[in-house]
Design a binder for this molecule. Structure first.
Ligand code: ADP
Ligand code: NI
Length: 226
């Protein structure tokens, strides 16, 4: 019915506005690469990919806006964070079905040192691709050096080997460098993308990272130029 369609749209627009305000206020001063601008970039990418893949725009945008609010690095207890996020959606007018779909997406999102559970819905695949795309390319490079700097880790140390396998604990707290993180995670992300549209964006971002790493290596060894 026309009337219902219009009120659904208005209800969803209100939720999206409130979710953006919530993410902005909670993550404004976050310093590990999950700040509001990460959320903003992921949300814009998710909308573009959702349109190309004909996924549900509302679910994709809402999940993108809320996806890092319960991240283990941001809250002491991710489970409480998850429950808060779900209650927030229900209190702000989401249907039980919408809230459950978004919760399914954001609980599956985190990478945590190994390949996580596969995403089961198209909307989950879209948001996961958008989040992974923000970890690669020029933005991915910048975020990685900011994160390493915040952790007091070196940008590179030839004596710290790249880890082929690691526990979640080692992934978070082991000896690491910014350059190693490319080999331990970021260069693997392209092959984990779910959608063709995401992959098309990832190809360019991946190539840029490879070029950066080759140049870094040449400059490190003093073999560039001349
Ligand atoms: P996700 O966004 O999947 O939760 P993380 O929280 O692990 O991923 O990391 C977010 C960003 O922080 C990464 O894209 C990366 O730039 C940076 N980062 C995470 N772990 C490291 C690390 N060990 N070394 C350098 N940068 C890291
Ligand atoms: Ni994220």
């Amino acid at each position: 019915m026309m009337h219902d369609d219009r009120s659904t749209q208005a209800r969803q627009a209100d939720i999206l506005r409130a979710a953006a305000a919530l993410a902005k206020s909670e993550l404004e001063h976050e310093g590990s690469g999950h700040d509001w601008w990460h959320i903003h970039r992921v949300t814009e990418l998710a909308k573009r990919i959702a349109a190309a893949e004909k996924a549900d725009l509302f679910i994709c945008e809402l999940a993108a806006l809320l996806h890092d609010l319960a991240d283990e690095k941001l809250v002491d207890d991710p489970e409480t964070g998850m429950k808060r996020t779900e209650s927030w959606m229900l209190e702000n007018g989401a249907t039980a079905e919408e809230a459950a779909h978004v919760m399914e997406i954001i609980s599956t999102l985190s990478f945590k040192g190994g390949a996580g559970k596969p995403m089961t819905t198209l909307e989950g695949k879209v948001v996961q691709d958008a989040d992974r795309l923000d970890a690669i390319g020029a933005i991915g490079i910048a975020r990685t050096f900011v994160y390493s700097g915040k952790k007091g880790r070196p940008m590179y140390d030839p004596n710290i080997p790249v880890r082929r396998e690691m526990t979640p604990e080692e992934y978070r707290n082991g000896k690491d460098t910014a350059i190693n993180h490319f080999h331990e995670k970021l260069l693997k992300l392209k092959d984990l993308l779910n959608t063709d549209s995401g992959l098309a964006i990832a190809e360019q971002r991946h190539a840029f990272m490879e070029e950066f790493l080759e140049r870094f290596d040449r400059e490190w060894n003093g073999t560039d130029g001349l």
